[in-house]
Design a binder for this molecule. Structure first.
Ligand SMILES: Cc1cc2nc3c(=O)[nH]c(=O)nc-3n(C[C@H](O)[C@H](O)[C@H](O)COP(=O)(O)OP(=O)(O)OC[C@H]3O[C@@H](n4cnc5c(N)ncnc54)[C@H](O)[C@@H]3O)c2cc1C
Ligand code: FES
Length: 546
């Protein structure tokens, strides 16, 4: 151990660590050559990789080993322990990998290994001459990166209606708005990144229509882009509030980077805000505005914030967290009108405000797909490979409705990680992989010092059982959402490892993967798959951690 202040924690792996200090299935943090490294052990196999996730820097020592992968405790990215490759979003970059060996019961970490470069897929069956991606958000960006990563060398165009390069939307309502994350953290990549990979990124490029006969997408100025394969990743747009005064300049929405920048500028000169809507975005915005010391009132029609999604216990707790931080709630009512000095509620109550933020939900942007004649079902209908009703046209992200293998229902979700993973799967399928999209939905929220991770998808539930404690003293619990006796989703507060284990168990339940015996470190507390889906225990299929 090195106890010098400022020194890297844990043992110096270059000097050797006894194998007995690394039990099977464990991950221990130390350092090598001045860098933080974790060593993981699976049976007789040892792996040494960088200690921090390439997404937001979570400590991977707190993660989970699954087969020969390591999963991140915060937002469930997955890395290969063999190559360091980021196998699954939200991490997009590899972590470093180190040479590791065992001699006479002592483990040594040697030199850093070269980063795994892009590898052409061994089963690429299709190499379209031109791929067009409509949308420069989570799904579109992840797809473009994956196409190049998989060795696609044809023409690749990404058309985005946004004015900015692809941005980290979750950051807009959290660190960036709170003033704790710099503006530079908003960009997923630099412009140079796209140039170097010959990704032709066009900004302010709103596609007006798709000509499926000539296989072209057409912009408002009549410029045309021919495609052999097309990915629609047009995301969603905020629902607009329709009351007198809702178009006043101090009324803000939050979807794009430009929205985020405008809100931060306004937040710097505002003293009193009214947030309309107690959705994730509304409540994250409320928390971030409080971090800027702005007085905040939240107005929403429901009796308990977030009750429909997270259940009454969590909703009431979140309300108390906000109230302790100075937020005033006005529930069971909505805004009747807005003027320059404030908001009048339907109850007649008047709230002073020099800033109003509206977060009352989003609508998927499906008009392009509908006008092109694609099958629509409250979203763009896709098959298990994320292909739409027209061969060669794929859809991913907030617009896609797919068959959820766990529930057997067609679902559409509005989560960052799902959008990115769908973009990645769609990219591989554009190259002929025929990969089934069966990732378990995941999202997270952060409000003040409270964070929650949610695995699965419960459109409706008849039971939200809280195990553990969630109050002013202790935040340590699991919430299980069940319908008809079947577990559909689980939420975790300060139980990162349980969240990872639950994700794996949902995967086993939906796919019948064999890695139920490969999860290192036991099962999560309280995962019970009643009713239909059950973990399979046979040993078919490929061993794959992600
Ligand atoms: C402020 C904020 C915070 C969030 N926080 C979280 C969070 O903490 N956790 C979580 O899981 N999710 C979060 N989300 C949701 C998450 O960001 C979305 O689910 C995700 O961005 C969806 O990705 P997408 O690619 O489908 O759409 P988007 O990322 O919205 O991208 C859509 C793209 O399509 C473009 N486009 C639309 N129409 C056209 C057209 N006709 N022509 C050309 N381009 C077009 C848009 O300009 C945009 O570039 C948050 C969202 C917001 C706005
Ligand atoms: S910090 Fe690892 S996935 Fe976000």
């Amino acid at each position: 151990m090195n106890d010098t202040p400022g020194a890297l924690p844990g043992p110096d792996f270059t000097k050797g660590v006894s194998l007995s200090r690394i039990p099977d299935g464990s991950i221990i943090q130390g350092h090598a050559h001045g860098e933080a490294v974790v060593v993981a052990r699976r049976g007789e196999e040892l792996f040494a990789v960088g200690a921090f996730c390439s997404h937001y820097g979570a400590p991977l020592a707190d993660g989970l080993l699954v087969d020969d992968t390591i999963r991140c405790p915060w937002h469930h990215a997955c890395f290969s322990l063999q190559t360091g490759e980021a196998l699954r979003a939200p991490a997009l970059d590899a972590i470093s990998c180190w040479y590791v060996e065992q001699r006479d019961g002592v483990v040594y970490v040697g030199e850093r290994l070269p980063l795994a470069g892009p590898m052409p897929s061994p089963v690429v069956r299709v190499m379209p001459q031109s791929v067009v991606i409509v949308g420069g958000g989570a799904a579109g960006n992840a797809a473009a990166e994956m196409l190049r990563h998989e060795g696609y060398s044809g023409r690749l165009t990404m058309l985005s209606a946004d004015a900015s390069i692809p941005c980290d939307r979750p950051n807009l309502s959290k660190g960036y708005l709170a003033g704790t994350a710099p503006a530079s953290s908003n960009h997923l990549r630099s412009l140079a990144f796209y140039r170097q990979r010959h990704i032709d990124l066009k900004l302010n490029a709103r596609v007006a229509r798709i000509d499926t006969a000539t296989r072209e997408v057409i912009l408002a100025d009549d410029s045309r882009y021919a495609y052999d394969a097309l990915l629609l990743a047009t995301g969603a747009e905020p629902v607009r509030l329709d009351v007198p005064g809702s178009d006043l300049p101090h009324v803000h929405y939050l979807r794009t980077l430009a929205d985020g920048e405008a809100l931060v500028s306004k937040g710097m000169v505002s003293q009193q805000a009214v947030v309309i809507g107690a959705s994730f975005i509304g409540l994250e915005v409320a928390a971030s505005l409080r971090a800027r010391n702005i007085a905040v009132h939240v107005v929403a029609p429901g009796a308990v914030p977030m009750e429909r999604i997270l259940g009454a216990d969590v909703g009431k707790f979140i309300r108390r967290v906000h109230e302790r931080n100075g937020v005033t709630f006005h529930l069971g009512t909505t805004a009747a009108s807005i003027d320059e000095r404030g908001v009048t509620l339907k109850t007649g109550e008047r709230l002073a405000a020099d800033l109003v933020v509206v977060g009352i939900g989003v609508r998927p942007s499906i008009s392009l797909a509908r006008d092109a004649g694609l099958a629509i079902d409250r979203g763009v209908s896709v098959d298990e490979h994320l292909e739409t009703s027209l061969p060669g046209i794929f859809a991913a992200g907030d617009i896609a409705r797919w068959l959820d293998p766990l529930t057997g229902e067609r679902i559409r979700v509005e989560h960052w990680v799902v959008a990115e993973r769908q973009g990645q799967t769609a990219a591989r399928n554009i190259l002929g992989r025929r990969e089934r999209f069966d990732a378990v939905p995941f999202f997270w929220t952060e409000q003040y010092d409270f964070s929650l991770a949610y695995v699965g998808h419960a459109e409706r539930f008849d039971e939200a059982r809280l195990d553990g404690q969630l109050d002013a003293v202790t935040r340590d619990c699991t919430i299980t959402y069940r319908s008809g006796g079947k577990t559909l989703a689980m939420a975790f507060v300060h139980r990162d490892l349980d969240g990872l284990r639950a994700e794996v168990e949902f995967e086993i339940a939906t796919r019948g993967d064999p890695h139920d015996e490969k999860i290192q470190g036991g099962r999560s507390r309280g995962v019970e798959f009643g009713g239909g889906a059950r973990p399979r225990t046979d040993h078919q299929g490929a061993h794959q951690g992600c």
